[in-house]
Design a protein around this ligand. Structure first.
Ligand SMILES: *Cc1c(COP(=O)(O)O)cnc(C)c1O
Length: 397
């Protein structure tokens, strides 16, 4: 059995389901169920408050951060897991802006994931800054000495296009600005190297390719060179140097731990921690190679088996520019995705007409891709997408 058939075997795939949504909510690793049972029945029910020390609850944000670090090219000590991606973006963006006083602009991708834009606009409002939101390709032409920070997502959530981390980071640094990267569709699906590319700050999601479960804690990276000067705005007691001194004065913790805020969700962190162990023994280059095979196989199949049926590839054809999902556009995309779901083929849909299929390297395989292509073909040949129920769009598809 090859390595990825072994990792696949460790995930729970529901009966009758073919899953292509690991870019949105990863499958559950089987071992998580028994681990969470132990966390609640032993560490919580029996250990109670003693478990902060005895079960190492106290350092879970750092322990989980260390496991994520390897996947994103960071030093283990420079990542913590906590809060949501949105909250973490707020914390690092405010910190970045404070490191560039006197500059009045944040530059970002106009097509970014909406939550990132909402946070950018609020930070701008708080600090009286201007937001320049333009397509990513135009960012370079909007960089000047007034720019405090650039905020970008490494892998686009709709198209799966990979933005060149090294190049954008150098361009931002070239005008003296800092850069914040969102790695939500990167970690666990696409390699990156934050240290080599000299990235200032990064944030990302725990529940997508990292399989941390619904609402899993997110993670946050800060470059060592900024840490002792960094002032994050949600300065809660868990980010204090000595939280259990109960001092009335705030002294930030050494290192990236200063980005913690309040009491961390122990159960969620425990689940994410166990889920990350599924990456043990797999390096990111292997993940990448596997991802390129699967997305490439799907695109080839669209070209040959679905030709002339109205599908348009909305992801880069060039493997080097493509993340681990593939988006197709189709006028009937919504109905096709609904019909696929009815048949147990789960991908997702993003307005106005994007059909997204995630290929998670740890558990999707060639057989999944073949079956997906055949099912789409069957739905098209029989016009099974054409049902009155699919005229009405529901939320959360
Ligand atoms: C999924 C995703 C998020 C999610 O943010 P949360 O606050 O954790 O819900 C944010 N940004 C991007 C780019 C994403 O893809």
């Amino acid at each position: 059995m090859n390595k990825f058939e072994q990792t696949r075997a460790r995930f729970h795939v529901p009966e009758g389901v073919r899953y292509f949504d690991g870019n949105s909510l990863g499958l559950m690793p089987g071992a998580v169920a028994s681990h969470v049972n132990e966390v609640v029945t032993k560490q919580w029910a029996q250990g109670l408050i003693r478990s902060w020390h005895e079960a190492q609850w106290r350092v879970l944000p750092q322990t989980v951060g260390q496991k994520v670090a390897r996947l994103i090219g960071a030093q283990p000590a420079h990542v913590v897991a906590c809060d949501s991606t949105s909250a973490n973006l707020f914390k690092v963006l405010v910190s970045a802006v404070r490191l560039r006083p006197g500059r009045n602009t944040i530059v970002t991708d106009a097509d970014a994931f909406p939550t990132d834009l909402y946070i950018v606009y609020q930070v701008a409002r708080l600090f009286d800054l201007k937001v320049v939101a333009v397509p990513a390709a135009q960012i370079a032409s909007h960089l000047d000495e007034q720019v405090a920070t650039v905020v970008l997502t490494h892998v686009d959530y709709r198209s799966a296009e990979i933005y060149d981390m090294g190049q954008y980071t150098r361009q931002a640094h070239g005008v003296g600005a800092l850069i914040v990267w969102d790695l939500s569709h990167t970690a666990g699906g696409v390699p990156c190297n934050l240290e080599a590319d000299n990235v200032d700050f990064a944030v990302g999601c725990g529940y997508k390719y990292l399989n941390g479960g619904p609402g899993a804690p997110a993670y946050l990276y800060a470059a060592a060179r900024h840490l002792d000067k960094c002032e994050q705005p949600l300065a809660g007691w868990f980010g204090h140097a000595r939280p259990f001194d109960f001092s009335q004065d705030y002294t930030p913790a050494e290192g990236v731990s200063r980005f913690l805020c309040g009491t961390n969700p122990v159960i969620g962190l425990s689940v994410l921690s166990r889920a990350l162990d599924e990456f043990d023994g797999v390096d990111m280059q292997e993940i990448r190679a596997r991802s390129v095979v699967l997305t490439g196989q799907f695109i080839d199949g669209v070209d040959t088996e679905l030709v002339g049926l109205g599908f348009h590839l909305a992801s880069p054809r060039e493997a080097a520019k493509r993340g681990s999902h593939v988006s197709l556009r189709h006028q009937q995309g919504y109905g096709i995705m609904q019909e696929l779901a009815l048949r147990g083929y789960i991908g997702d849909f993003r307005t106005p007409d994007y059909m997204r299929f995630g290929f998670a390297p740890l558990y999707n395989n060639e057989q999944d891709v073949c079956e997906l292509l055949s099912e789409i073909k069957l739905i098209m040949d029989t016009r099974a997408w054409d049902k009155p129920a699919y005229q009405q769009r529901r939320d959360f598809t």
